[in-house]
Design a binder for this molecule. Structure first.
Ligand SMILES: CC(C)(COP(=O)(O)OP(=O)(O)OC[C@H]1O[C@@H](n2cnc3c(N)ncnc32)[C@H](O)[C@@H]1OP(=O)(O)O)[C@@H](O)C(=O)NCCC(=O)NCCS
Length: 148
């Protein structure tokens, strides 16, 4: 999987997937362009992306989307883990609707923990769940290979 740091040349395919994944809630071209200076992104061309903001030692994830025909193949998990590893000293935050089972499953599979609930936050009446992932423990991915 060829994960890249997004730049303005990625705008067209990001908009295409944005539309496929979010429909009427998709971010428009104008909105994305106006935020290009503040958002950072990682993605796999034509397949999916994560958009986030970096502020000091904190990262807030705003968007994660995988093209529908490539979903449930662990692609979002690999993309998110790539970002978590790349920014391993940062604390991550995100907000998700309590109705979004796939995203909740993804975040929990990646080690995010629910820290707060905003009741009936969204227009459809769903709650906003706030998730956090602290900086990666230096030993998190470490294992001793004990010689026999
Ligand atoms: C959320 C989203 C990015 C997940 O992408 P994905 O590539 O299908 O996710 P993965 O295959 O990496 O799944 C990783 C884990 O997340 C969970 N998960 C993913 N989809 C799920 C679903 N439909 N139901 C329940 N759990 C799900 C599972 O734990 C899964 O691990 P498993 O497949 O080993 O069981 C994708 O569904 C999507 O683009 N949705 C529309 C956009 C959106 O709502 N984004 C989030 C808010 S910004």
């Amino acid at each position: 999987m060829d994960i890249k740091i997004l730049n303005k040349t990625d705008l067209e395919w990001v908009l295409f997937i944005e539309d496929l994944c979010f429909g009427s809630r998709a971010w428009s071209r104008e909105m994305l362009i106006s935020h290009l200076g503040e958002f950072l992104g990682v993605g796999i061309k034509d397949l999916g992306y994560v958009l986030y903001k970096l502020a000091g030692d904190e990262i807030e994830i705003y968007r994660i989307a995988i093209h529908p025909i490539h979903q449930r193949q662990s692609k979002a998990k690999r993309l998110l883990e790539f970002l978590l590893n790349r920014e391993r000293d940062k604390t991550f935050f995100l907000e998700v609707s309590s109705h979004n089972e796939s995203a909740i499953g993804l975040y929990e599979a990646c080690g995010f923990q629910k820290i707060h609930v905003r009741k009936h936050y969204y227009e459809d009446g769903s709650d906003a769940l706030i998730y956090k992932k602290p900086p990666m423990d230096v030993l998190e991915n470490f294992s001793f290979d004990i010689p026999s």
